[in-house]
Design a protein around this ligand. Structure first.
Ligand code: CMX
Length: 140
């Protein structure tokens, strides 16, 4: 169903500070950076070595952002984990058949033009699971 761990998402207060931490302390390289207004986030993808797995740093764009709410409730730290899939439409249909709730009726736009959806954390053992179908023209 899933082909790789695409990324682990970490909620941070200040994106620039977090990028510097990952670059300076862990020697990670930033592959991509953008703001996604619909998701309410400023984000950066930090590569784990030469693998195609990343750490996604997520900072809130405003106080209504999902990330602002998450930080208010839990503090900074791991917010989600994301699996890469080949066809998000097929995977979503399969997961629905298996009784899991997805957050969106149709995939939305994620990092670098990818298509994304989420499994509700209440149906996934307390883990917010993102599904990512990468954009072939995007970063991977
Ligand atoms: N991980 C695990 N559990 C979580 C969670 C998370 N990130 N966020 C919320 N929950 C749990 C809460 O602990 C809470 O459980 P309890 O009722 O037992 O306390 C329950 O889910 C409801 O939480 P809430 O604080 O009331 O939050 P909401 O229901 O308003 O929102 C969710 C939860 C998952 C629907 C929302 O976070 C969401 O829409 N997430 C998907 C979008 C997203 O995360 N965007 C940012 C990243 C963008 C990107 O990756 O590109």
């Amino acid at each position: 169903l899933f082909t790789h761990i695409d990324h682990v998402g970490i909620a941070v207060r200040d994106l620039d500070e977090a990028i510097s931490f990952y670059e300076e302390k862990y020697g990670m390289k930033m592959l991509h950076r953008e703001e996604n207004e619909e998701q309410g986030v400023a984000e950066a993808m930090m590569a784990v070595g030469d693998s195609t797995s990343c750490i996604q740093l997520l900072a809130p764009l405003n106080e209504k952002s999902t990330i602002a709410k998450f930080i208010e409730k839990n503090g900074v730290g791991i917010q989600q984990m994301a699996y890469r899939v080949e066809s998000i439409d097929e995977v979503c249909a399969t997961l629905k058949e298996r009784g899991l709730r997805l957050l969106y009726p149709e995939p939305k736009r994620g990092t670098a033009g990818s298509r994304i959806n989420f499994i509700h954390p209440k149906d996934a053992g307390g883990v917010l699971v993102e599904l990512v179908e990468p954009n072939p023209e995007g970063m991977h």
